[in-house]
Every structure is written in C-alpha cells, then in structure tokens.
Design a protein around this ligand. Sequence first.
Ligand code: SF4
Length: 80
Amino acid sequence: MNYTGKSKIITVNRNRCIGCGYCLSMEHNFWVISPYDGKITTKEFINTKEQTLKVTVPIEVLDIVTDSCGNCPSHVFKLL
Ligand code: SF4
C-alpha cells in the first residue's frame, strides 16, 4: 500500500474512559490500557497521569485507528 497524506492528531479525553476495551478489539497495537489507572492511553504515554492527551497517529495506521475510535461508547476520542 502506498501511504500518502498526513498523520492526524486525536484528542483523547481519558477521564471519560470506562476501560471497556472495545477500541482495543479492532486495533490492539496502538491503544493500550494504562496499568496505572485502567484507562486508555498509548505506549508513548504509558506513564501519563494526564487526563487529556493529544496523540499523533501515523498515516500508516490512521484508517484502523480511526475506525477503532468509532467503537468507543464513552466518546473518549475527538478526531479533528
Ligand atoms: S472504547 Fe472508549 S471507554 Fe472503552 S476502553 Fe476504549 S477509550 Fe475507554
């Protein structure tokens, strides 16, 4: 596949996350559940205590990560 275009920034409102894991069922290499508070984060922000993250999604995984955000019942993700 030939990837073109730009990476995308997704705002993650972690305070809304209920830890259900629905977003992980589609894309389990990008999103992870924090071992510290049981809320969604990424490997890059694994140690974060912040409740609002600005996550840069590489173009190579943008489609599947965007789809995974649509599975969230708590409206954690804001795609700009
Ligand atoms: S689907 Fe939403 S509420 Fe469930 S773990 Fe993912 S971000 Fe959290």
